[in-house]
Design a protein around this ligand. Structure first.
Ligand code: TYM
Length: 333
């Protein structure tokens, strides 16, 4: 029996954070054993927020992201790793699917509204608006069964399902309807200084995010500076509304250790926040330094990295072309 298909991606708009890791990347090796996995580096999506940066810097981000995929355990001999812009089928299907996507539903996307709000004085790119349609093309081209992502992508994934069903209703069962995989813990890691908002790789306040490539010192400083609360005595307890900072740190620790939050609450009962943070720091460093060790090994070997992208694109083109041909035939008949 053939394996189910899994598709996921990261946009190389900055260095990966512990949010990306706990939200999804930490399970990629597990998925790699069960499914035929497509791990995409979605550089076309990154253009929506990087249009003014030079090509050189985007290229570097792409190689950094690829080296991080490898150091987090993605294996090019088992999975297909590729760059979105190397597979033209994505933009082609994107255009076709935009004929099956409605202005109203795209306007309701919270990420779009958030980004528009953030840049109130700048013009809004059309690409930012049609961002989820390109995601739909990414996913539907491969007849994907599963898409592991963090919570912030859930609404986009629901729209992908809507677009696919709309197309299928008119033309027959062309697209597989994908299911989202959300981690039980870590699906939304919050910013360290402002735990009411999501940790993001493009946050201007660098103290909000722990990056997988941060130095030991910087991780320590960011963690020790992270917002907690003034409970007296201090209480390491999960309470998202009254103790968002501590709750976020508990989620990170639970995600990295696999221990239940309720067990961690018992383990750190009556401990100071300083002690709790020190324990989290030890675990964080263990995970991150292991990743960094192989990252620097892979990142040096540019030829190897380009070879992976070349081979990945060849494979991705073969798979995606089948669906694109089917779609084109049905539209032209
Ligand atoms: P991106 O690059 O913003 O994030 C990559 C993955 O990390 C998850 N994530 C988080 N999870 C938990 N806590 C956080 N603070 C956090 N921040 C990010 C995201 O949910 C995502 O799973 N549009 C996508 C990339 C993409 C894609 C796709 C994903 C393009 N095409 C098709 C799946 C399928 C993005 O920008 O992810």
């Amino acid at each position: 029996m053939s394996k189910s298909i899994l598709f996921t991606g990261v946009q190389p708009s900055g260095f990966l954070t512990i949010g990306n890791y706990c939200g999804t990347i930490n399970r990629w090796t597990e998925f790699q054993k069960k499914y035929l996995c497509f791990f995409c580096i979605s550089d076309l999506h990154a253009l929506t927020i990087l249009p003014k940066k030079s090509k050189e810097s985007l290229n570097n981000r792409i190689l950094d992201t690829l080296a991080l995929y490898l150091s987090c355990g993605v294996d090019p001999s088992k999975s297909i790793i590729f760059l979105q812009s190397n597979v033209y089928q994505h933009t082609q299907l994107h255009w076709i699917l935009s004929n099956f996507s409605y202005f109203g539903e795209l306007s309701r996307m919270t990420q779009f509204k958030y980004k528009v709000n953030l840049n109130q004085n700048s013009p809004i790119n059309l690409s930012l608006f049609s961002y989820p349609i390109l995601m739909a093309a990414d996913i539907l081209l491969y007849q994907t069964n599963f898409v592991p992502v963090g919570l912030d992508q859930k609404q986009h994934l629901e729209l992908v399902g809507t677009i696919a069903r709309r197309f299928n209703k008119r033309y027959g069962n062309i697209f597989t309807i994908p299911s989202i995989i959300l981690n039980n813990v870590g699906f939304k890691i919050m910013a360290l200084q402002n735990p009411m908002k999501k940790m993001s790789k493009s946050d201007n306040n660098l103290n909000n995010s722990i990056f997988l490539l941060d130095s030991i010192d910087s991780i320590r400083i960011k963690l020790y500076k992270s917002l907690t609360d003034s409970s007296n005595p201090p209480e390491v307890k999960y309470d998202q509304y009254n103790k968002p900072g501590i709750s976020n740190l508990l989620v990170i620790l639970s995600s990295l250790t696999g221990k239940k939050i309720s067990d961690l609450e018992i383990e750190f009962n009556k401990c100071t926040y300083q002690y709790f943070k020190k324990s989290l720091l030890d675990i964080l460093l263990e995970v991150i330094l292991k990743i960094q060790k192989s990252y620097f090994f892979f990142r040096k070997d540019i030829h190897y990295l380009y070879d992976i992208l070349r081979l990945g694109a060849e494979n991705a083109r073969i798979h995606s072309e089948k669906t694109l041909c089917q779609v084109q035939n049905i539209l032209n008949s």
